[in-house]
Design a protein around this ligand. Structure first.
Ligand code: SF4
Length: 387
């Protein structure tokens, strides 16, 4: 029997107490009473895609929504179902996204005891009026307390998420947020530039003049400042929006950036396996119904899959280039690319690659192609050229 590749597992938890002003994620504020039925549906889905084949998994990521709204007893069911239906690697990274205002010491101790070994707190800003603008429900003191409780519960791998490029956010206020974040000694920082998504309250505010559009030049300065400041604290800028202490890179997200296989479980989750990309139905009630009616081994997707697309070789190559170039240190391994697709990158994209190297946006070194410093600021344009 051929060796089975190891997968990553993403489980989507689509519940929030309140919808933040910038959020367009698949999450719901009025479906909290579905948590138990939803967890049972997820258990069925885990059985369907894991099954008897002894498929291996090396990371589990509970994303949302707000996974920390799930009671430990339900998370225990989910983790047990994964252990029963997958061969989980020793030391597998198990991440839970958490809102700082939803956890206490007992909760964190309980999920640590279940095997969760990485927490990702949505902190977003250390500045009170920015948290109000984002309509977050916590203040920064709550983040400080949550981090202390997480450390006391035994979590030695903590990520904090922050957002820059906010309307009205100065370079000084961003520096203040970064310094407050660094004072908490996180292991990993994810720093995202705000995107104002269609249909969100923020988009309405922009249209009616309540907020000013973010200034892209200021956002670029904020990004540069983050890079300089975090390097001074020993963080490695390993992916466009992510910094880690050495050895604390997010193993789950590395699966995405290596364009490797992962299974997406739960309402609206996306997956990539067996040469397909697919996504699961978005509505939690529909998801639960679909999972109640389906059974049997459906690998790689369950009875709740909404749509699947078989990737052509050209699409798989493009996805690999675009995801791997996001890795700023590792870059794209040219020999591995040739081994994967039977064609070198330079043969697959002769003009594009040469031009981007000539423009100083990409550089090749030791068999790897990477974004240059300039290329990092123009990464979207670089990726667009491979589409
Ligand atoms: S907590 Fe996260 S998922 Fe929930 S509404 Fe806010 S941004 Fe969206």
């Amino acid at each position: 029997m051929p060796a089975l590749t190891s997968l990553s597992l993403y489980l989507h938890i689509p519940f929030c107490r309140h919808r933040c002003a910038y959020c367009d994620f698949n999450t719901y504020t009025s479906l909290g009473d579905l948590k138990e039925a939803y967890a049972l549906a997820l258990v069925r889905e885990i059985r369907q895609v894991g099954g008897q084949a002894g498929r291996r998994a090396h990371t589990i990521f509970f994303g949302g929504g707000t996974p920390s709204l799930m009671p430990p007893a339900l998370l225990a069911h989910l983790l047990q179902a994964i252990r029963d239906n997958f061969e989980l690697a020793a030391g597998a990274e198990i991440t839970l996204e958490a809102n700082p205002d939803t956890v206490d010491s007992d909760y964190l101790a309980a999920i640590r005891a279940l095997g969760a070994n990485r927490l990702s707190f949505g902190a977003q800003s250390a500045v009170a009026n920015e948290l109000v603008l984002l309509e977050r429900e916590h203040d920064f003191a709550t983040v400080v307390r949550a981090v202390a409780m997480a450390r006391a519960a035994g979590f030695d791998n903590l990520n904090l998420d922050f957002i820059y490029g906010l309307p009205g956010q100065s370079l000084a206020s961003w520096e203040y947020t970064l310094r407050q974040a660094l004072a908490l000694a996180p292991d990993h920082l994810s720093l995202y530039c705000l995107t104002i998504e269609p249909g969100t309250p923020m988009e309405r505010w922009l249209k009616n003049g309540r907020i000013q559009p973010p200034d892209p030049d200021l956002a670029a300065d904020q990004y540069e400042l983050a890079g300089e400041l975090l390097a001074g604290y020993g963080f490695v800028h390993y992916e466009i929006s992510n910094w880690a202490r050495p050895g604390r890179e997010c193993a789950h997200n590395l699966t995405y950036w290596h364009n490797d296989e992962y299974l997406g479980l739960g309402a609206g989750a996306h997956g990539h396996a067996a040469g397909y990309r697919y996504y699961v139905v978005k509505q939690p009630r529909v998801y639960i119904r679909r999972m109640e009616s389906g059974d049997g081994d459906h690998y790689p997707w369950s009875a709740a899959v909404a749509e699947k697309h078989q990737l052509s070789r050209a699409e798989a190559m493009t996805d690999t280039v675009i995801t791997q170039l996001r890795l700023l240190q590792e870059g794209l391994d040219l020999a591995a690319f040739t081994a994967r697709f039977g064609q070198s990158l330079y043969d697959a994209y002769p003009e594009t690659t040469q031009q981007l190297v000539a423009y100083g946006l990409l550089c090749e070194e030791n068999g790897r192609l990477r974004l240059t410093q300039r290329g990092r600021f123009l990464s979207n344009q670089v990726f667009y050229r491979f589409l």
